[in-house]
Design a protein around this ligand. Structure first.
Ligand code: SAM
Ligand code: SF4
Length: 461
C-alpha cells in the first residue's frame, strides 16, 4: 500500500493556507451542515490564530456538539491486562528498557476480580489495554475479551469490550473480531515519520508503516469499528491534526467508513520516560485542537481521558467530546485491590490527573446537565457506525440514543448511585423526557423506566 501520509503535503498546507475571517466562517458553517472537512479546510481553521476567530471556532464546535449530539456523555473505564512490552517507546513507562517497571499480567482469576470490581462500580463498557509482547497474541486477547464478557456480578455485566493493543495481522484481527470486540483502537502516536523514528527505538512498533496500515488490515478482517489517535506533545500539534484528518479520509476513501472515535491524549509523566519538551501542547492549543477536530470530522466520537485533570476535562468537554472514562485506575489489579494511594509510576503506564471515582464524575456531569450514558445498544443490535447514524439519520438520537442513555442511567441510579446522585439523576432524566416531547416512543420509554425500577435490566431500543 502506498503511504498515505505525505509530510511535505501537510507542511505545505500549514505554511501556505491563509485564514481570512470570511473563509473561516464559511468553513464553520459547512461543518455545522454536517460536512466532513478537507485537509485544506482544516488547515484554514488551524491557521486562524486571531483571538476573535479562535472564539468563533470554539463556538462552532460547541454548537455542533449541542445541535448534533445533544447532551449525552458516554462513560467507560480502561482495564490494563498486561504490561510486558518488547517495544521501546521513550515516552512510556512500559518500555522494555525501563528496568524499574514492575511487570505483571493478570491471571484469569485476577482479571475476573478486576471486572467484578468494575461492575460493582456500575461500569458497562471497558477498554482492555495491553503492552506488545508475544504472550499477548490475538488468541490471548480474544481469550481475555471472552473472559470479561462472561463475568456477571449482581446486576452487573460488561456489555461492550473495546481493545487498545498492538497492531495485528489480518488473521489476528479476525480472531479478536470473533471474540465480540467493540472498537479496535490504535494510536499512531505521531504521523510524522522522522519523529516517530526518534521515539520508537525498538521492537515491532518501530515500523511506522506497519502501524499506519493496522486499521486497513482490521477493515480487511471485517472490523469496521476502529479508533484512531495521536499522542500530542511528540510533534507539532497542527501536523498531527492534519494527520488524523488524512487518516480519516483514507479510511473513508478505501472502506467507505471513517473512524468510530478519535483520541487526542496529551503526554503525561511516566517512569523513565524521555520526551523532547519542544512540542508540549498548551491548554489554549489543546482546546483549539479539540474544537478543530470536532469541526473537521463532525460524525466521529471524541474521547477525552483521565490523563487530563478534572478542571480541564470539564472545560474541554464542551467543545465536542462524546466519551470520557471514570473511576480510572492504571495499576494492574488496581480495581480489585481498591488501590487509592498515590500512583506508583513504576507500576503504571503514565500519570493520570483525574483520579475521581465514577460516581463523582457522574455527579458532576449531572450538575452540568449532561446525560451520562452507558449505552451499548447499537453495537449489540448490529447498528455499526452508530456515530455516523446519530449524525446523519434524522431523528436517530431521539429514537435511540437519548432513550438508551436514559435507560442505562436509570439502571445506574437504581443499582449504584448514592441517594444524592440518584436525586440529581432522576431530575435530569425528567428533564430529558420532557425534551423528548411529542416523541411517539415516550410512553414506551416511561414503561421501561418503570420496569427498571421494578428490577428488570438491560432494556434498550
Ligand atoms: N502497547 C499498545 C500500543 O502501544 O499500541 C497499547 C497502547 S498503550 C498501553 C495506550 C496508549 O497510551 C499509547 O498508544 C500511547 O498513545 C499512550 N501513552 C503511552 N505513554 C503515554 C504517556 N506517557 N502519557 C500519555 N499517554 C501515553
Ligand atoms: Fe509498549 Fe505500548 Fe508502551 Fe510502547 S506505548 S512501550 S508499545 S505499552
Amino acid at each position: 500500500m502506498k503511504p498515505f501520509i505525505d509530510p511535505a503535503e501537510l507542511w505545505d498546507l500549514i505554511r501556505n493556507t491563509s485564514s481570512s475571517p470570511g473563509r473561516v466562517r464559511e468553513i464553520i458553517s459547512m461543518s455545522l451542515d454536517k460536512k466532513r472537512l478537507t485537509l485544506e479546510e482544516t488547515a484554514v481553521l488551524i491557521n486562524a490564530t486571531d483571538p476573535g476567530l479562535v472564539e468563533e471556532i470554539k463556538e462552532g464546535a460547541r454548537e455542533l456538539k449541542k445541535k448534533v449530539y445533544g447532551n449525552r456523555i458516554v462513560l467507560f473505564a480502561p482495564l490494563y491486562v498486561g504490561n510486558k512490552c518488547t517495544n521501546n517507546c521513550t515516552y512510556c513507562g512500559f518500555r522494555t528498557s525501563n528496568k524499574f517497571a514492575v511487570r505483571q499480567t493478570l491471571s484469569d482469576q485476577q482479571l475476573v476480580r478486576e471486572v467484578e470490581a468494575l461492575e460493582d462500580n456500575g461500569q458497562k463498557r471497558l477498554i482492555l489495554v495491553y503492552g506488545e509482547h508475544p504472550s499477548y497474541d490475538a488468541g490471548y486477547i480474544a481469550h481475555t475479551v471472552k473472559t470479561v464478557y462472561s463475568v456477571k456480578k449482581g446486576n452487573g455485566e460488561i456489555r461492550r469490550v473495546n481493545i487498545n493493543a498492538a497492531p495485528l495481522d489480518i488473521d489476528g484481527f479476525r480472531t479478536v473480531k470473533d471474540a465480540g470486540i467493540g472498537t479496535y483502537q490504535i494510536f499512531q502516536e505521531t504521523y510524522h515519520r522522522d519523529t516517530y523514528r526518534k521515539y520508537h527505538l525498538g521492537g515491532k512498533k518501530a515500523d511506522f508503516d506497519y502501524r499506519l496500515t493496522a486499521l486497513d488490515r482490521a477493515q480487511e478482517a471485517g472490523i469496521d469499528d476502529v479508533g484512531i489517535g495521536a499522542l500530542f506533545g511528540l510533534y507539532d500539534w497542527r501536523f498531527e491534526v492534519l494527520g488524523l484528518v488524512r487518516h480519516t479520509n483514507h479510511l473513508e476513501a478505501c472502506y467507505r467508513v471513517g473512524p468510530h472515535t478519535i483520541s487526542f491524549p496529551r503526554i503525561q509523566d511516566a517512569s523513565a520516560a524521555s520526551v523532547d519538551p519542544r512540542y508540549m501542547v498548551s491548554h489554549e492549543e489543546f482546546i483549539r485542537l479539540v474544537a478543530i477536530l470536532r469541526l473537521s470530522v463532525p460524525y466521529t466520537g471524541m474521547i477525552l481521558t483521565a490523563r487530563e485533570n478534572a478542571m480541564v476535562r470539564r472545560e474541554v468537554m464542551k467543545f465536542g467530546v462524546s466519551q470520557i472514562d471514570g473511576g480510572t485506575k492504571l495499576e494492574l489489579g488496581g480495581y480489585g485491590d481498591s488501590i487509592n494511594e498515590e500512583q506508583d509510576l513504576n507500576k503504571e503506564q503514565f500519570r493520570i490527573n483525574d483520579p475521581r471515582s465514577l460516581n463523582e464524575i457522574i455527579d458532576e456531569l449531572l450538575e452540568d446537565e449532561y446525560l451520562p450514558s452507558f449505552c451499548t445498544a447499537c453495537y449489540r443490535k448490529g447498528r455499526t457506525g452508530e456515530h455516523f447514524m446519530e449524525f446523519s439519520v434524522p431523528g436517530f438520537i431521539k429514537r435511540f440514543c437519548t432513550p438508551n442513555a436514559i435507560l442505562t442511567l436509570a439502571e445506574y441510579l437504581e443499582d449504584y448511585a448514592p441517594p444524592a446522585t440518584a436525586e440529581k439523576g432522576w431530575k435530569v432524566i425528567g428533564k430529558n423526557l420532557e425534551e423528548l416531547g411529542g416523541n411517539s416512543n415516550l410512553p414506551e420509554i416511561r414503561r421501561r423506566i418503570e420496569l427498571i425500577r421494578q428490577g428488570q435490566r438491560d432494556l434498550y431500543f
